[in-house]
Design a protein around this ligand. Structure first.
Ligand SMILES: C[S@@+](CC[C@H](N)C(=O)[O-])C[C@H]1O[C@@H](n2cnc3c(N)ncnc32)[C@H](O)[C@@H]1O
Length: 397
């Protein structure tokens, strides 16, 4: 069996959304990675096998963790095909397992990502055909092995996706309403808010409850991949089931009930009295509340997320609370003028009724920031899907 690049170097690459690099690097450090360095839309790091499994199981910020198999100069399709065929794919796949490929090509002789992915797939399939007369199937929805091809300036990298697909799919979202936020972005926002369960957290535009679910997962220390069944690292030739079981058992044993201080949050210095509702929210749309109720079910302590139907104009004050929210915005929700008017009212609500609170408002459209009428303590650009959003912090006195 060959020795692959990740085995020689213990080097890996984590992909994340633009704007979340610092959050991702801090998280990797906490999880025990070393040599952490920023790269293009991601972070390079080193980890031993145990730490690596732990990172894939617990990361809230990264959407993919990739283990490189080879890196090579790649000036033509022919060379891509030939080099991909040099890997013995039986190290990773059998005929009963399925696979899928994500390909990304930029500034290279091969111009089209989809075409590059197709060549790569042919190389794998043809190798199996030549050896066995049969080929493994492609399954783009739920493959056993997810491979990644990245070509930049004619330098190619072939990697195994260790999560086995995008890690933003936690497994709790069974229903959503308009403009849901990616789970990885919601986790980054909760992290940037610095909230650790020491006072209530509330989302007055909760939609399908992504921010609430991520807040609950963080405060209860629920591993981000707790509900995931398949992992790409299970297909690595050096996969160690005993180590994986230990990692998973340890991580699961560190979960706590909502309202308990956890050991891994050393910055929470004092014990606190859990409020009656620690994680709560509201939304004007009844379908949104139905979605939150469906989504929270899968999570341990999920029923402690309390939601109700309310127009924020009718809410009582939210004092001494961490308000984390993503109000409606024009591009996705249709009407920019009404989004601006709503934000002005929301700014007045924060000013007048939220004494002693801190608000973290995520705008899907940066041009809306000024409509709130409050001066932000800081702003952090964060991308959500294809949208250039920004998170702003407001201390409310
Ligand atoms: C951008 S979405 C929030 C998405 C949410 N973060 C998620 O991940 O699903 C904005 C939400 O604001 C709600 N909304 C609009 N006007 C409202 C109002 N006046 N009061 C309360 N909620 C409102 C919408 O129903 C929608 O669910």
């Amino acid at each position: 069996m060959s020795e692959y690049l990740y085995q020689k170097t213990n080097h890996y690459f984590g992909q994340l959304a633009s704007g979340t690099e610092k959050c991702g690097m801090d998280e990797l450090k906490e999880l025990g990675a070393s040599n952490i360095k920023p790269g293009y839309l991601g972070v390079y790091f080193c980890a031993n096998q145990r730490t690596l499994y732990d990172i894939v199981y617990r990361t809230r910020i990264f959407s993919r963790i990739l283990a490189p198999l080879i890196v090579f100069d790649c000036h033509s399709e022919k060379y891509l095909y030939k080099t991909a065929q040099n890997i013995d794919w039986t190290d990773f796949l059998t005929l009963t397992k399925t696979f899928a490929i994500t390909a990304n090509v930029a500034d290279s002789n091969i111009r089209n990502s989809q075409y590059a992915g197709q060549i790569f797939k042919d190389a794998i399939v043809d190798q199996f055909r030549e050896k066995t007369g049969e080929r493994p199937n492609v399954d783009t929805h739920n493959p056993d092995l997810q491979l990644n091809l990245y070509i930049h300036e004619n330098k190619a990298r072939i990697s195994v996706d260790l999560g086995g697909g995008s890690l933003h799919k936690r497994g709790y979202r069974v229903e959503s309403v308009e403009a849901p936020m990616q789970e990885t972005l919601a986790a980054a926002i909760i992290r940037l808010s610095g909230w650790h369960g020491e006072r209530p957290l509330y989302d007055p535009f909760c939609g399908s409850g992504t921010l609430l679910c991520e807040a609950l997962m963080q405060t209860c220390n629920i591993p981000a991949a707790y509900l995931r069944h398949k992992f790409g690292f299970l297909r690595l030739p050096d996969f160690d089931a005993a180590v994986w079981n230990q990692v998973k058992t340890k991580a699961n044993s560190e979960m706590v009930e909502i309202g308990q201080t956890r050991l891994s949050a050393p910055h929470v210095e004092q014990a606190f009295q859990p409020a009656q509702v620690l994680v709560g929210g509201s939304d004007i749309n009844p379908d949104a509340l139905q979605a939150v109720r469906a989504n929270r079910k899968a999570l341990p302590s999920g029923e402690s997320i309390k939601v109700r139907r309310a127009d924020f104009h009718d809410l009582e004050g939210l004092n001494n609370t961490t308000i984390v929210t993503n109000p409606p915005y024009g591009i996705r929700l249709g009407d920019e003028d009404s989004a601006a008017a709503l934000l002005k009212d929301f700014g007045d609500y924060l000013k007048q009724k939220c004494t002693g609170s801190t608000a973290f408002v995520y705008y899907g459209d940066q041009s809306l920031v000024k409509k709130l009428g409050l001066k932000a303590d800081w702003k952090q650009p964060l991308r959500n899907g294809g949208l250039d959003g920004v998170l702003c912090k407001y201390e409310l006195y």
